[in-house]
Design a protein around this ligand. Structure first.
Ligand code: VGL
Ligand code: ZN
Length: 204
């Protein structure tokens, strides 16, 4: 449908097995995502896109370990292994992803001092990526989100999407999670409360 878009979140090598921040089973969703790309009129991709030395990397904070949290100017921030460095192989889309149909690639996380999980706003919840304006101008009011990771970039994108007034569905069977300290369960609950439609075509 012309007023709908599929938004594919961060289906990049570093989030797939063998990558720097591998999500278990991250590559398993590629065939299903490709089917969905084929069936949608409008496709947008996001690409996590960090400069070397990004503030979300544990390696940028002496003595800090990956998967711990620190306080940034905009609030708590989880520290990650170095990943998705601009132009690296790890930042490329998974080689099996049928990405050529995408009408837009939103890059995020390129500001050295702010991380960006959401496709709409950076982690300060103020700095826009431009995606809301793009979708509105294109007359798109309904989006379906798929990709990596369910409990970080997909969930933050979905929460911002409903806040921006988009009818929003997350296809859980076309996502995989990092699941750090119960983050998957917590973010599923937050998405449900916010009015995100959660679908799992394996079990529905
Ligand atoms: C992501 C952690 C750091 C994601 C990106 O795509 O979910 N998670 N950067
Ligand atoms: Zn990142």
């Amino acid at each position: 449908m012309a007023d709908e878009a599929l938004v594919v979140i961060d289906l990049q090598n570093d989030f797939c097995p063998g990558g720097a921040l591998a999500v278990t089973g991250g590559d398993e969703i590629v065939p299903l995502v490709n089917d969905m790309i084929r069936r949608n009129d409008h496709v947008v991709l996001t690409q996590d896109w960090h400069p070397a030395g990004h503030s979300s990397f544990a390696s940028s904070h002496p003595g800090a370990q990956p998967f711990t949290s620190i306080e940034m100017a905009y609030g708590p921030q989880t520290l990650w292994p170095d990943h998705c460095i601009q132009g690296s192989l790890g930042s490329d889309f998974h080689s099996g992803l049928a990405w050529t149909k995408a009408e837009l690639v939103i890059r995020k996380g390129f500001r050295p001092d702010i991380d960006s999980y959401s496709a709409f706003f950076e982690n300060d919840h103020k700095t826009p990526t431009g995606l809301t304006g793009y979708l509105r101008e294109r007359g798109i009011n309904t989006i379906t989100l798929v990709g990596l990771a369910t409990d970080y970039c997909v969930a933050y994108s979905a929460l911002d999407a409903v806040r921006q007034g988009f009818r929003t569905t997350v296809r859980l069977d076309a996502c995989r999670a990092i699941d750090l300290n119960g983050s998957l369960e917590a973010m599923i609950a937050r998405m449900r409360e916010a009015g995100v439609t959660l679908e799992d075509h394996l079990t529905d």
